[in-house]
Design a protein around this ligand. Sequence first.
Ligand code: ADQ
Length: 462
Amino acid sequence: MTERSAFVVVANRLPVDEVAAEGGREWRRSPGGLVTALHPVLAAHQGTWVGWAGGTDAAPGPFDVDGIHLHPVPLSGDELEKYYEGQSNATIWPLYHDAVEPPMYKRSWRDAYRRVNARFADAAAEVAADGATVWVQDYQLQLVPAMLRERRPDLRIGFFLHIPFPSIELFMQMPQRVEILRGLLGADLVGFQQRLAAQNFIRLARHLLGLRYVGQTVEVDDRRVKAGAFPISIDTAEMERMGADPEVQARAKQIRKELGDPKTVILGVDRLDYTKGIEQRLKAFRELLAEDFLSVPDAVMVQVATPSRERVEHYQTLRVKVEREVGRINGEYARVGVPAVHYLHQSYSRAELAALYRAADVMMVTPLRDGMNLVAKEYVAARGDLGGALVLSEFAGAASELKQAFLCNPHDPDGVKDALRRAVTVDQVEARRRMRIMQRHLRSHNVERWANTFLTELRGEA
Ligand code: ADQ
């Protein structure tokens, strides 16, 4: 029998990657804030992480990495297509991001989503010790809390949604709406990035199921379900260290040199996703070039767009649109050997990202809607030199905290241009003042605090 844990994390992916090693392949902990934040809690409680290991061959049996038990959940090729690419990323993802692309609804996707969620619930029920705390993560697993409660009423169950939670009007489109809402209400505590999202959720419970609520607490049968805002953050100290690393700084210098030592380097770093506002940002850059406010080679833009969800149709269309816009800008404004936009459809190491952050005079984070956006926070934390300026969309969760950024409405092209103009021309004293305030905030509001606040509240100790 598997060893049972007093603390269990359930997430779509396990926090490990399979890499080539001496004598074959081995599992390594993947970089990322969530696992960094949860690692100490998991290690202290003999914790288990339940999730998909990647791949559609038979899943490996349970194994340990860095003192954490990992419990793989298998997915078939058909389930990957219907549960993950379909229901999670072509129905729920667009709907929860203000339907900036039309959500697609399919019965077979919903069925797969239900089946896979049940498998995750079974796995969590199997590994959780009596009275254990289980923390379920994100939109792929919204049915798990209720399914798990049915199997194991003794557990303390938390759920955190990393993406926005939509308004009632939008949520009501979903054919599976009652099932999803009931799924979430299986938790004792449901956490969101933003206060507004928590309010949407509470009002929805009344609207759709006629449930009573008092403050942030919904009454469900004889239980109380609490909703609240727990804005996620980054491992601030790690990013500060990376930004201060002499090798990273040397690399930043080299990047600027390779770009032709321009006066202004403008940077975008995102997963290639239609919620991130990449086209809007490119358009603002193009128009400022057209107006001669910026000119090549004095100003260049670097857009890193990590490949993402490449088998989902919306993502294929987006890639074509972004690459067409990059081609258009370079066609009009580049010269031989001097591109206007450097477009990189690649993944990078944390150190290379930190070097890019250090090399950029202006960082553009312009999502049409984003739960939080960690790139904005990483950029600020990497700038121990107090250099650089951040242009940030009001529609990113991060905007409620990083108020000293140059905020803009990404749906308004003139607004984006204006913010970019102000960020390019801000005087140094003012820019440094803004950076300093945002850095101070991130030092105290790091990902460790996020995890602790949620877990304290979940255990009823708050
Ligand atoms: P994402 O939509 O993935 O996350 P974000 O918060 O920006 O968005 O996180 C992306 C992460 O990937 C960052 O840590 C970034 O450094 C990294 N990354 C981006 N491009 C990369 C590249 N080319 N190479 C390597 N790494 C790269 C979802 C929600 C967000 C929410 C997070 C966490 O959509 O709103 O902030 O979860 O809750």
